[in-house]
Design a protein around this ligand. Structure first.
Ligand code: SF4
Length: 389
C-alpha cells in the first residue's frame, strides 16, 4: 500500500494554468507588465484566447490542473460573460476536477457590489481566492503611483469581497514610495491587519527603465525613490508581519494560518504551468516559453491558428541556477543534496564568499537570514554554477 502511494505520488504531479488578461483601466506609472488601456480589441482577444486554449492542449501532457490564476493586466476589466466563456472553454479542454485554488486578480475600483455579485457566479468553476491590488491605503501614495482607485475604495472593496463569502484574499502593498514615511507605512500595515486578510504580497517600489515614473523622475517631476527608506521599510515589514503571526514564506509573500498561495508556491517548487494570453510564460520541466507581448500580433497569429511564442530549452546549469535564484527566496530554502557531487562542490566553494550572517546551512539546506534577505539576488548570483562545456 505504501509503495503504491509513493508511485502514485510521483506519476501524477499536478500543474497550473495562468491566463494573462492584458487590459487595464489606467496605466500605473511604475508598471512594466504588458497591458493596454484600450478595450478596442477585447472581443478579438477573447476569441484568440479561446483558440489558444485549444491549440495549447498538449503542452501539459495531460496533467490534471491544480491551480488556476487569472492575472494581468486586470482580469476584473472583463465582463462576466467573457470570463464564463473562457472558463467553459478551459473546462472543455482540461480536467479541472482537481483544482484546489482559483485566483482572480482585481483592482479596488472594479469591485463594486454588482461586480462582486457577478464574480461570485464563478464559484461554480472553483473561484475561491481574490487578489486585490491595493498598494496603499493612503491617497497621496496612490496618486504618486497613478493608481485608478482611492484609499476609501481600497478598504471598501476588501470588505465587500469578504461579505460575499471569500475568505481567501490576498492584497498587494507597495513600500518605499517617496510620499510614504515610516509612520504611514506602519499605518498601512495596521489597516491591513485590522481588515483581517490572511495573505499579503509586499514589494518595494522599483523604478524600471522607460516607465513613465522613470521619465518623470528624470525630468524632476516626481520625487526619486530612496533605497535607504525602502530597506528600512522592508525591515519594518518583516518585523510587523512576524508580530502578527504571518509567515514570510517567500521574500515578498506573507501568510497566516497556512494560507500560502498554492499557484505561486508551485512555481517556486518547479512544477509545470501553462501560461495563456500575450506575454504569458510557460514551463513544462524541459523548456520555458513566452508568448508575444503584443495584443495585435497575438490576435493576428491566432486568427491563423498559430501560436506565437519563443522557446528556450534549459541547460543543466540554467535549471540549477533558476532553482538557486527562486528557492533561496523561500522559507524552504535551497537543498544542495539533490545534485551530483561536481555541482554541490562548486556551490559549497562559492558559499565561502558569502557573509556567514546572511545564511544558515543545515542538513544540506541553505536558507537566508533576515539580514541575507536584503541581498538575495546578489547571494544567488554568487552561487550560480558555470555551464559545462
Ligand atoms: S493595474 Fe497592475 S498591470 Fe495594470 S498598469 Fe497597474 S500595476 Fe500594471
Amino acid at each position: 500500500m505504501i509503495l503504491f502511494l509513493i508511485i502514485n505520488y510521483h506519476t501524477s504531479t499536478l500543474a497550473g494554468i495562468y491566463i494573462h488578461i492584458p487590459f487595464c483601466k489606467q496605466a500605473c506609472n511604475y508598471c512594466n507588465f504588458y497591458f493596454s488601456t484600450s478595450l478596442g480589441n477585447k472581443d478579438k482577444f477573447i476569441q484568440s484566447l479561446l483558440r489558444e486554449i485549444e491549440l495549447s492542449n498538449g503542452y501539459l501532457q495531460g496533467e490534471k490542473i491544480e491551480t488556476l490564476y487569472l492575472g494581468g493586466g486586470t482580469p476584473s476589466q472583463l465582463t462576466i460573460g467573457d470570463l464564463k466563456l473562457l472558463l467553459e472553454k478551459l473546462q472543455s479542454v482540461y480536467d479541472l476536477s482537481s483544482v484546489q485554488e482559483f485566483t482572480i486578480e482585481t483592482n479596488p475600483d472594479d469591485l463594486t457590489e454588482e461586480k462582486i455579485k457577478e464574480l461570485s457566479e464563478l464559484k461554480k468553476y472553483g473561484l475561491n481566492r481574490f487578489s486585490i491590488g491595493v498598494q496603499s491605503f493612503f491617497d497621496e501614495d496612490l496618486k504618486y503611483m497613478n493608481r485608478a482607485h482611492n484609499a476609501e475604495e481600497a478598504i471598501a472593496s476588501i470588505k465587500r469581497v469578504q461579505n460575499a463569502g471569500f475568505e481567501n484574499i490576498t492584497i498587494d502593498l507597495i513600500y518605499g514610495t517617496p510620499t510614504m514615511n515610516d509612520e504611514y507605512w506602519k499605518k498601512n500595515l495596521d489597516i491591513a491587519f485590522e481588515l483581517n486578510v490572511p495573505h499579503i504580497s509586499s514589494y518595494a517600489l522599483t523604478v524600471e527603465p522607460k516607465t513613465s515614473l522613470d521619465k518623470k523622475i528624470l525630468k524632476g517631476e516626481s520625487k526619486p525613490v530612496d533605497e535607504e527608506q525602502s530597506a528600512r521599510q522592508f525591515k519594518m515589514l518583516m518585523d510587523e508581519m512576524r508580530g502578527h503571526n504571518f509567515e514570510q514564506y517567500e521574500i515578498s509573500n506573507f501568510a497566516r494560518d497556512k494560507k500560502h498561495a498554492i499557484h505561486n508556491s508551485n512555481y517556486w517548487f518547479g512544477k509545470k504551468y501553462l501560461g495563456l494570453g500575450p506575454s504569458a510564460h510557460s514551463f513544462n520541466g524541459v523548456s520555458r516559453r513566452w508568448n508575444v507581448s503584443n495584443n495585435i500580433n497575438y490576435i493576428n497569429s491566432l486568427e491563423k491558428n498559430e501560436l506565437n511564442f519563443e522557446e528556450e530549452i534549459l541547460t543543466e546549469a540554467q535549471k540549477v541556477n533558476e532553482k538557486i535564484m527562486i528557492s533561496l527566496r523561500t522559507m524552504w530554502g535551497f537543498s544542495i543534496t539533490n545534485y551530483e557531487l561536481r555541482i554541490t562542490n562548486e556551490i559549497q566553494r562559492s558559499l565561502q564568499q558569502i557573509d556567514a550572517a546572511h545564511y544558515t546551512f543545515e542538513n544540506g539546506i541553505l536558507r537566508l537570514t533576515d539580514e541575507g534577505k536584503f541581498f538575495a539576488d546578489k547571494i544567488a548570483a554568487t552561487l550560480f554554477i558555470d555551464e559545462v562545456e
